[in-house]
Design a protein around this ligand. Sequence first.
Ligand SMILES: [Zn+2]
Length: 199
Amino acid sequence: MVASSGIMSSYLNCITLSTGHCRRTPRSEVHDETLALLVPWLNRAVETGNVEPLPVPALSHFGARAIKDIGLVVTIYGPLGPHMTGHPHSGKWLPLSTLGIAQRSRESADLWVSMLAHFGGKPGITAPGAPWAAVAIHATLGGYPDALQWLTDFERCLAWAWISRHRAAAPNRCRRCGYPDGDDWLDGGETCPHCRLVQ
Ligand SMILES: [Zn+2]
């Protein structure tokens, strides 16, 4: 299945690499206010490349680092050593989970291979149709049992935030030359293949 790149999908496939469990989550599962909180936070996290405190006050002693390469890869961290609940942590971190997000079909194959190469997965597992979010759970998550209560939901909201942010940045036509959106767009769909304007 190949999602059309010009139309925002109303579903996101969330797959867990270790089990192969895949769930289609509709956009309606994520509140607009949640996206309004997460989109600017995610943009900032991509810019800084640092582990940023999660933008939820009660969870701000947890953090996440977002790296935009092929799609987006976000690792969520728990504080290691002394820390205060609800206060940004400045010490060391342990990774809880890593989320790879492919919005478009053209990002899917490379990101999928990269995620499996780094984190492994259930034998024979195949990528769902884009857009998808693939979750790798790290063994260190076992030391943060309270995170199990919110992590899956947070990952899903993050994935929707990225997709929403990406759609906002990429118009259906090039802003300069009017070239239509399609699978020939460059840099994950942000650069016009005709005039090379980064949208
Ligand atoms: Zn153009």
